[in-house]
Design a protein around this ligand. Structure first.
Ligand code: AMP
Length: 218
């Protein structure tokens, strides 16, 4: 049966990186509301127009919008593929909406994997990160610069981009939103025995191995 999991953790905890790794190694599909919203902003859709300023301020987009995005994307997935919820749910209302969405689609939640991280280290991580505009490979000003200046290690591309909300001020707001609205949803899943904790400050490969062990325990 397809495994459906939630990756939970503050911005910069490595949810996107780990989700991409799972997509590459399993028949799973990454459902990132952040990516969906950024695509909507770029395309200038009505949802994008509504979300743009909210995202740039580091605040949360409405529960209705993100839950509708998740439902639409889940509907487009084959039943055999597991879903990785990345950056969703972020509020109690979204957690309840996800329950209803999963039930309607005949799916069950296997795990909620919490990436445990140190907030000060996260600000350093986020404010230095950038990606190759061509292939999406991730880099960092202080921890992982391209081997050859201005040239992507993976695809050789010369264009790089940064998220507009990856600045110190917005990051602090995003952290505060996480603490106030997202962390409090953990008990909902703890009561159901679904939460597994992983040390998100460990090396990327070690985090992947820890997540793999959790999936194998299903
Ligand atoms: P992320 O890429 O997950 O860090 O999301 C970037 C931004 O998109 C957030 O700071 C929010 O403004 C918005 N966003 C993404 N996912 C959600 C969600 N589940 N609920 C509300 N806002 C979201």
């Amino acid at each position: 049966m397809a495994l459906n999991i939630i990756l939970l953790g503050p911005p910069g905890a490595g949810k996107g990186t780990q989700a991409a790794h799972l997509v590459a190694t399993h028949a799973m599909v990454q459902l990132s509301t952040g990516d969906m919203l950024r695509a909507a902003v770029k395309a200038g859709t009505p949802v994008g127009l509504q979300a743009k300023a909210v995202m740039e301020a580091g605040e949360l987009v409405s529960d209705e919008i993100v839950s509708a995005l998740i439902d639409d994307n889940l509907a487009a997935m084959p039943d055999s593929a597991g879903a990785i919820f990345d950056g969703y749910p972020r509020t109690a209302a979204q957690a309840h909406a996800l329950d209803a969405i999963l039930t309607a689609r005949g799916r069950k939640l296997a795990f909620v994997i919490e990436l445990d991280v140190d907030e000060d280290a996260l600000v350093d991580r986020i404010t230095g990160r950038f990606t190759c505009a061509t292939c999406g490979e991730g880099y960092h000003d202080r921890h992982k610069m391209p081997a050859v200046a201005d040239s992507c290690d993976k695809c050789g591309g010369h264009e790089f981009k940064r998220r507009p909300d990856d600045n110190a001020e917005t990051v602090r707001t995003r952290m505060a939103e996480y603490r106030a609205k997202t962390a409090p949803i953990l008990p909902i899943y703890e009561e159901r025995g679904l939460v597994r904790r992983v040390d998100g400050m460990a090396d990327m490969a070690d985090v992947s191995a820890a997540i793999e062990a959790i999936l194998q325990s299903a």
